[in-house]
Design a protein around this ligand. Structure first.
Ligand SMILES: NC(=O)c1ccc[n+]([C@@H]2O[C@H](COP(=O)([O-])OP(=O)(O)OC[C@H]3O[C@@H](n4cnc5c(N)ncnc54)[C@H](O)[C@@H]3O)[C@@H](O)[C@H]2O)c1
Length: 250
């Protein structure tokens, strides 16, 4: 992917899940293009490695985004001006169909993928409104477009990401704040997705064998996310952009 020199010069962008995979690639691309990155992750070890790689362009906030105090830490690190937010942090389920969902899995997947995204976005929009400008990009999934890509908790959470994205875009685009989502197919990252259901294996197996596109690299997702964050996407808001090697067209 070609770096666009200075595209994020003078801008502060918050990136969650920045320690690994898609978030890490997004943070690296923004830093390479002159931006200041507030990198958030639950893994301090991963953030240390990121900071060692990217240098002073990155300020790290370690903690669980489900903890309200961590949202406050992010806001304190970012300061008064926030130009962009990439909500990338997320977790998978264990491919559980509805009858096999544990309360713990449901609560955690929804808390990380939906509720923490809402709380951080709510806080960030509070900073963007006085400036009358800002761009928010949420990471959904191909599982947000169909029922045959994950378990029910994850599928539910990623459909919610789409609704959150479009509702936020509806309310705030007139105030200069754009909100979009990308919907990846399979990407080579550290995300854990253990099959915990025999029935899901039987039911999903044939779909995965015939429909899955090739696994993408995180940098391919970062390219789409940074485009949506940038002024090049100034007329794009409320979009759910499939970045999935054509899977959505199957
Ligand atoms: N990898 C794929 O195939 C794929 C496909 C579709 C969508 N996605 C989505 O892409 C996003 C990024 O995932 P990835 O594949 O890069 O995974 P990843 O596991 O490599 O990276 C996610 C990062 O988020 C962090 N994180 C998780 N929960 C957190 C929390 N509560 N607080 C703070 N940080 C937290 C993790 O520590 C990790 O470093 C997720 O939203 C995921 O649902 C991934």
């Amino acid at each position: 992917m070609e770096v666009i020199e200075g595209r994020f010069e003078g801008r502060t962008i918050v990136v969650t899940g920045a320690g690994s995979g898609i978030g890490r690639a997004t943070a690296a691309r923004i830093a390479a293009e002159g931006g200041r990155v507030i990198a958030v992750d639950i893994s301090g070890e991963r953030l240390e490695a990121l900071a060692a790689d990217l240098g002073p362009a990155v300020e790290c906030v370690t903690g669980d985004l489900c903890d309200d105090a961590v949202i406050e830490d992010v806001m304190a690190a970012a300061g008064d001006r926030i130009d962009g937010l990439a909500n990338v942090a997320g977790i998978m389920d264990g491919f559980e169909p509805t009858a096999e969902i544990s309360d713990a899995t449901w609560d955690r997947v929804l808390a990380v993928n939906v509720t923490s995204m809402m709380k951080l976005t709510r806080a960030v929009i509070g900073r963007m409104l006085p400036a009358g400008a800002g761009s928010i990009v949420n990471v959904g999934s191909e599982a947000g477009q169909r029922g045959s890509a994950a378990g029910t908790p994850y599928t539910t959470s990623k459909h919610a990401v789409n609704g959150f994205t479009q509702s936020t875009a509806f309310f705030y685009t007139p105030k200069g704040i754009r909100c979009n989502a990308v919907a990846p197919g399979p990407v080579a990252t550290n995300i854990e997705a253990p099959f915990r259901s025999e029935w899901a294996g039987q039911r999903l197996g044939p779909f995965f064998q015939t429909n899955l596109p090739p696994v993408a690299q995180p940098e391919q997702l970062a390219a789409a996310i940074t485009w949506l964050l940038s002024d090049d996407a100034s007329n794009v808001s409320g979009a759910i952009l499939s970045v999935d090697g054509g899977w959505a067209a199957v």
